[in-house]
Design a protein around this ligand. Structure first.
Ligand code: PEP
Ligand code: MG
Length: 836
């Protein structure tokens, strides 16, 4: 009986036997034996039966390597036949004996003889009448009497279970859950310990934790059979485990058995190193343990259970870390609508995935991806979702659907992604083609309007009500502390706003790895001075606009430095694809004309002259800094003045300044000279000293290839794998969504390379860049700040190429911390334990 040969259930039962728990006699059939049974080679039935009492009833249960892979249903009461029925009737009464026989005939007919289930499910008589009906139906459908020989019954049960496992549908289903093609099935044949008879009898399940919170709590149910002799009538009368004023409890009825069960449960927890649910029966007051299965649990509970196990010395802290899947903790991290926030409810649906999400409405996955690429939060609104929408769901902050329920595609995927999700909001009107969403009271919302989903209550809210951050409890903090002790790569956050920075701090990011300064100007009241600066015709006009921007930036940076006190903050100078800042429509043009005090026709002409055919590859990043150097001068000044302001109150700040879209060494030299000059000027004006670190974003293929000559001119190099992926593939970030799903479905790409780093192509450029940079500048700091920085598989690659840190969006920081710990621990040989 070893796990890989007999399956998890067999292994667990074997361990229970070794713990000397009262487990009924059990024989485990190996994967090989079951495979042979499926091909018609059956073991000696009489030999098998001789392991059990002559008149015992038996059950057969599946035992696969991982319980999640499914398997055939267990078949109980094998051995029931006319003679046994008569004998049992004397012992436990006709009704109870008939109920057992009836259930066996039903299960056998449906799962073993594969007769029409309706014929048997519909039998609603109980007792002898029901039994006769079932036996009659069997004989009629199968054209033979119900088999009476226990050896024949057992043989057929084994054969049908073995074959069910080998069927194509079952195989495909388990493969979808990660099972290998040749996954085996073991079968466990066990003597039934019926919870029926004289004295206190019954059956139940019990475990020691709350499955939602993971807190210790005796949980389960017990069905006593001893009050009457009618098992069926008792079926729905679950009793309490512990003493309870609402009704009799197991503790009242069989106090010794109760104490013993709790003792067994603790023993199993300690020795099997897992929270287990015990399946038990009680007969004449004596306890029988039929099975132990790992307690199902929420992500929150899984985390607390792992921490408590480590705190109780049952597993090591490292093993606790390995027990939590990094992606699973994202569920714990979601914000909620503040309890006292102003809520304007525009619709309601099913609360399918918890958390609050605010974003602009989009009606297609392609728009969701485009929106995410622009860094704008969006809510994906669909009639229902299908697998084609997965990428859009990844890109959205929340999903709202007209149709569906708790287990519909959107709900299941939303929960998996930890994405707030409201489904089945059928009283709202979803006019997807017209790109409008009509609230329950007729309010019309269009693409781009901001709504909030409350995935915890199922409400759809207008605008952006106040939200509160996720409640991260002590267990979360403890586990993350253990993860931090294990990992060997730093994790920073990409944060552009004080809110982002606060989140980053709360999630213990070790600094800001990317502050995209152009994002600070997307706000309605800030975009105008930004546009004025872009539109300035003369140096004087530009200076005037920059003078308005300078104090805004200084205040932004001072706040970021204060929030992140003691930690590095890396500020990237402007990288505005210009089209994002140009007015798109007539109203926008008119507003800008008003602000600039110019005729609309002048503004229109200027917009046309600035428009680029391919703005993602146009006058972006450092190219803007070289051609219009006053912009970077202003930003450098704002950074240095903020450095001095923030350093006055707290620890000295050492700002990091990063140049985007560099492709040539000379770009760095030119900008560095000007920034040095600004630094000197600020030092002279303020009479105080400071230092700063200059870095380059390696996000063009050329920057990676020429990293050896760029590196000596800077202190750090951060790989911008979003642009690098775009340029390596020649694939526009904003347009990739149009065909990405086709490409992935047809296997051209194994994954969306904007989501999971393409190690073969983009990765080679990153590795080359890292290697060449270190060759000429060994002490240079290397990092990644593209979206891939938060992806567990990509983090492993970054660590392999010797990066000092990864930087990702704040909510992915805990996932990255845990993923980095897993990578380091796996290397030292700590493995994720096999699931019981
Ligand atoms: C990148 O290109 O990877 C990056 C981080 O910069 P952005 O996404 O702002 O272009
Ligand atoms: Mg970039």
């Amino acid at each position: 009986m070893k796990a890989p040969t007999h399956g998890g259930r067999a292994k667990c039962l074997q361990r229970l036997v070794r713990l000397e728990l009262p487990v009924p006699r059990t024989v485990a059939l190996s994967f090989d034996a079951v495979h042979r049974i499926a091909s018609g080679d059956l073991p000696d039935m009489n030999g098998l039966l001789s392991s059990f009492d002559e008149d015992a009833l038996l059950c057969v249960r599946p035992s696969s390597e991982d319980p999640d892979w499914g398997g055939p249903s267990a078949i109980l009461n094998i051995g029931m036949n006319d003679a046994r029925y008569v004998a049992l009737s004397d012992e436990i009464g006709h009704e109870a004996a008939a109920a057992l026989y009836l259930r066996f005939v039903q299960a056998y007919a449906i799962h073993v003889a594969r007769l029409d289930p309706d014929q048997f499910d519909e039998i609603d008589e109980t007792g002898q009448a029901g039994l006769s009906a079932a036996l009659g139906a069997y004989e009629e459908e199968a054209e033979e009497p119900f088999p009476q020989d226990p050896a024949v019954q057992l043989c057929e049960v084994l054969r049908s279970m073995a074959r069910a496992w080998e069927g194509t549908t079952a195989r495909l289903l388990r493969q979808a859950k990660g099972a290998p093609v040749d996954a085996g099935l073991g079968l466990v044949v066990q003597e039934m310990a019926l919870g029926i008879g004289r004295g206190e009898c019954g059956s139940g399940v019990l475990h020691l934790v709350n499955t939602e919170t993971g807190q210790p709590q005796l949980t389960g149910r017990y069905l006593s059979q001893s009050q009457g002799r009618d098992a069926l009538r008792q079926r729905h009368r679950s009793l309490y485990l512990e003493r309870d004023p609402r009704g009799p409890s197991l503790q009242d009825k069989a106090p010794e058995a109760f104490e013993q069960l709790i003792e067994y449960a603790h023993l199993m927890r300690r020795r099997l190193r897992e929270e287990m649910q015990i399946e038990f029966t009680i007969r004449g007051g004596a306890v029988h343990i039929l099975d132990g299965v790992r307690v199902e649990r929420s992500s929150r509970a899984a985390l607390r259970i792992a921490v408590r196990m480590a705190e109780d010395g049952i597993i090591s802290e490292q093993e606790a870390v390995m027990r939590i899947e990094p992606r699973a903790i994202s569920e714990l991290l979601h914000r909620q609508v503040a309890p006292n926030a102003q809520r304007v409810v525009i619709g309601r649906g099913i609360a399918a995935s918890p958390g609050a999400a605010t974003g602009r409405i989009v009606f297609s996955s392609a728009e969701a991806q485009a929106s995410a690429a622009r860094g704008e939060a969006c809510i994906l609104v669909r009639r229902e979702t299908s697998p084609e929408d997965i990428r859009g769901m990844h890109a959205a902050v929340g999903v709202l659907t007209e149709r569906g329920g708790m287990t519909s595609h959107a709900a299941v995927i939303g929960r998996g992604l930890g994405l707030p999700c409201v489904v089945g909001a059928a009283r709202m009107n979803f006019e997807i083609h017209k790109k409008t969403l009509v609230g329950e009271r007729g309010r019309v919302f269009r693409e781009g309007d901001v709504i909030t989903l409350d995935g915890t209550s199922g409400a759809v809210l207008e605008g952006s009500p106040e939200t509160v951050e996720a409640a991260l409890d002590d267990a979360f903090q403890t586990l993350m502390g253990w993860a931090d002790a294990a990992r060997d790569i730093d994790i920073r956050a990409n944060a552009d706003t004080p809110a982002d920075a606060n989140t980053a701090r709360r999630f213990s990011a070790q600094g800001i790895g990317l502050c995209r300064t152009e994002h600070m100007f997307f706000d309605a009241e800030r975009i105008t001075p930004m546009r004025e600066m872009i539109f300035a015709d003369t140096p004087e006009d530009r200076q005037a606009a920059l003078a308005v921007l300078l104090p805004m930036q200084r205040a932004d940076f001072t706040e970021l430095f204060r929030i992140m006190e003691g930690l590095p903050v890396c500020i990237r100078l402007f990288d505005p694809p210009l089209h994002e800042f140009l007015p798109q429509d007539r109203a926008g043009l008119r507003d800008l004309a008003e602000a600039l005090d110019l005729p609309v026709s002048d503004v229109t002409r200027r917009v046309e002259s600035l428009a680029e055919y391919n703005p993602m590859l146009g006058l972006r990043g450092v190219r803007l800094g070289i051609t219009v150097p006053e912009i970077y001068d202003m930003q450098a000044r704002a950074i240095f003045e903020a450095t001095l302001d923030a350093s006055r109150e707290g620890a000295p700040v050492v700002p990091e300044i990063m140049l985007p879209l560099v492709s040539a060494r000379r770009e760095v030299e030119l900008v560095r000279t000007r920034i040095d000059a600004v630094a000197a000027a600020v030092r002279a004006e303020r009479g105080r000293s400071f230092t700063y670190r200059l870095g380059v974003m390696a996000e063009t293929p050329r920057a990676c290839l020429r990293a050896d000559e760029i590196a000596p001119h800077c202190q750090f190099l951060s790989f911008g794998t979003n642009d690098l992926t775009q340029m390596t593939y020649g694939l526009s970030r904003d347009d990739a969504g149009r065909f990405m799903s086709d490409y992935v479905q047809q296997g051209v790409f194994s994954e969306d390379p904007f989501h999971v780093l393409d190690v073969d192509g983009v990765g080679e450029l990153v590795a080359t860049g890292a290697h060449r940079a270190r060759a000429t500048t060994p002490g240079i700091t290397l990092s990644i700040c593209g979206e891939h920085g938060g992806n567990p598989e990509s983090i492993a690659f970054c660590r392999d190429v010797g990066m000092d840190y990864v930087s990702c969006s704040p909510f992915r920081v805990p996932v990255a911390r845990l993923a980095a710990a897993h990578i380091a621990l796996r290397e030292t040989g700590v493995q994720r334990p096999a699931r019981l």
